[in-house]
Ligand binder design. Structure first.
Ligand code: TYM
Length: 330
């Protein structure tokens, strides 16, 4: 059976972009693939300037949000990357087989480094650590959003290079598992929804906070008056309807929009209803975890132990393959 691994940066609470692009699928997959492994990648979150107190709060916030979203420690392994130091060990090994040019060509590196005066080497090495995250568990299926595809290509290349260099068939070639909601745009309707762009809707925001964001959110730019028929296929709000509402509601929205039956505000109110229905149980579970934080800590401690056992086994085998263990043959 496929081994599932995926990771998420501790950017605080989840937003509907990373929830719909990845985490909702993680929840579904954990039932189909017992032992799926999900990681809060805190080592990935320290490549830029940051405040340790804020990082501490965000690690906690992300672990709690994942549990509140339905990650079940009885089915899946949930852990904090820095609790398993083998990630950095394998990452070092992979730096020795990764061509510098492949890293310099990564889109995310080019974007990030163009904004920096002094570029920490960690920004360049970021995808090497990501390859190590996945291959440490010899995972072959990685549920992610579309923006991670290039990083996964590098992980596949890394696997092939290692196997070829040591003439083994040890690491699998991990492939992305995408969903129809693989790329959720921000409320501006332009860029990817992301915390750094400030265009998100947080999973734990109140109905009113969500409404204040939905009201001014971009719709079909050609629809100026309520009497203008809209084009659901180009409207970002319609994409969110598809994610949050049942098929019959989505069909009704498309019909009312394209015949100018509803205005954009009517349409957004129906979206709000769908979102509230999905998000209410998540908010409730999050409040329960706030009242009982030991449940989060216990889940991470158990998950860390389970992940580390697999990671140590892999590293033992990797050291063996690479001549980093044992005595010379006599
Ligand atoms: P991160 O933390 O940016 O995002 C976590 C997951 O959410 C997806 N995602 C989105 N999907 C659709 N629309 C959006 N607007 C959106 N925003 C985020 C991402 O594609 C991702 O699946 N480098 C990774 C973390 C990572 C990782 C790994 C992932 C480290 N090691 C190993 C998989 C396997 C990242 O920064 O994701």
């Amino acid at each position: 059976m496929a081994r599932i691994f995926s990771g998420i940066q501790p950017s605080g609470e989840l937003h509907i972009g990373n929830y719909l692009g990845a985490v909702k699928n993680w929840v579904k997959l954990q039932g189909e693939h017992p032992g799926a492994i999900y990681c809060v990648v805190d080592y990935h979150a320290i490549t830029g300037a940051y405040d340790p107190a804020v990082l501490r709060a965000r690690r906690w916030g992300m672990a709690k949000s994942l549990l509140a979203s339905g990650i079940d420690p009885a089915q899946a392994i949930l852990f904090m990357q820095s609790d398993v130091p083998e990630h950095t060990e394998l990452s070092w090994i992979f730096t020795t087989i990764t061509p510098l040019g492949d890293l310099e060509r990564q889109t995310q590196f080019k974007d990030k480094s163009s904004k920096l005066e002094s570029i920490p080497a960690g920004v360049l090495m970021y995808p090497v650590l990501q390859a190590a995250d996945i291959l440490l568990y010899r995972a072959d299926s990685v549920p992610v959003g579309e923006d991670q595809i290039q990083h996964l290509e590098l992980a596949r290349d890394t696997s092939r290079k290692f196997n070829a260099k040591f003439d083994v068939a040890y690491f699998p070639e991990p492939k992305p598992l995408l969903t129809p909601t693989r790329r959720i745009l921000g409320l501006d309707g332009n860029a990817k929804m992301s915390k750094s762009m400030g265009n998100t809707i947080g999973l734990l925001e109140s109905d009113d906070e969500i409404w204040q964001k939905l009201r001014p959110a971009m719709t079909d730019p050609q629809r100026v008056r309520k009497s203008d028929p809209g084009r659901p296929e180009v409207c970002n709000i319609f994409q969110l309807h598809k994610a949050f509402n049942a098929e019959h509601t989505v069909a009704q929205v498309a019909d009312q929009c394209s015949t100018a039956g509803w205005g954009c505000m009517d349409c957004k109110k129906v979206l709000l209803e769908g979102m509230v229905q999905e998000l209410t149980p998540i908010r409730r579970r999050s409040a329960e975890l706030d009242a009982e934080p030991s449940r989060v800590l216990d889940a991470l401690a158990d998950g860390g132990r389970a992940a580390r056992a697999i990671a140590q086994q892999t590293m033992g085998e990797v050291r063996e393959i690479m001549g980093l263990s044992g005595l010379p043959a006599t």
